[in-house]
Write a protein that binds this ligand. Structure first.
Ligand code: MG
Length: 204
């Protein structure tokens, strides 16, 4: 069997999300809301960059492909009973949709996990739209997968911001300014080269 190239998997993820009506901007909007309280200078561009970065991770890609496939098959009625009815009704006690999505955020640590839990309950933005399913549509897995992408991207920003703040402090020390003030909130994209130099402690 020929092994599927990662590029093909990555492209499929973007394609499937688009086919299911999920725009990356809508996920970035959630990331922005989640992280703005901690980074007042946060820019949407940073959130979009973080969404794209987490979508390059295999663990998340595979969960997205599995979940969307099951949603689509349920929509087409080609899954056997009783699973078909469970998926079509988005049965609250099913839990495999949340478990699959939650498992895919572990690589981004506890902030990703707690943010996922919050989004699972609060269902903000596009997550709520997906949850209020239109007639005939099945998004049982998709709403949780979007929460997984958004929470991973949020956690990634939180960790990178800390790395960058520390790098700014170090540079100030090296410059021998004598006094070191905690840095103002700096913006992730603008200082990205510094961050790379810092050795990327962040979950990237
Ligand atoms: Mg669900």
């Amino acid at each position: 069997m020929m092994r599927v190239h990662s590029r093909e998997v990555g492209n499929a993820v973007y394609r499937k999300l688009a086919e299911r009506g999920v725009e990356l901007e809508a996920i970035a909007d959630i990331v922005y809301d989640m992280q703005l309280p901690y980074h007042p200078n946060l820019k949407m561009e940073t959130c979009m960059e973080s969404v794209r970065a987490v979508l390059s991770k295999r663990e998340l890609q595979h969960a997205i492909l599995v979940g969307i496939e099951l949603d689509v098959l349920a929509e087409q009625n080609v899954i056997s009973e009783p699973l078909l009815s469970i998926l079509r009704d988005d049965e609250g006690l099913f839990g495999c949709d949340e478990t699959l999505a939650l498992g895919s955020v572990f690589g981004y640590g506890s902030i990703a996990v707690t943010t996922f839990g919050f989004l699972d309950k609060q269902k903000i933005g596009i997550i709520r739209k997906l949850d209020n399913k239109a007639f005939g549509k099945v998004n049982t897995f998709l709403d949780d997968l979007v929460a997984a992408i958004a929470s991973s991207a949020s956690s990634r920003i939180a960790h990178r911001q800390r790395d960058m703040d520390e790098k700014v402090m170090e540079l100030a020390l090296e410059a021998g300014s004598g006094e070191v003030h905690p840095p103002e909130e700096t913006e992730v994209v603008a200082l990205d080269p510094l961050l790379r130099e810092a050795g990327e402690n962040a979950a990237s």
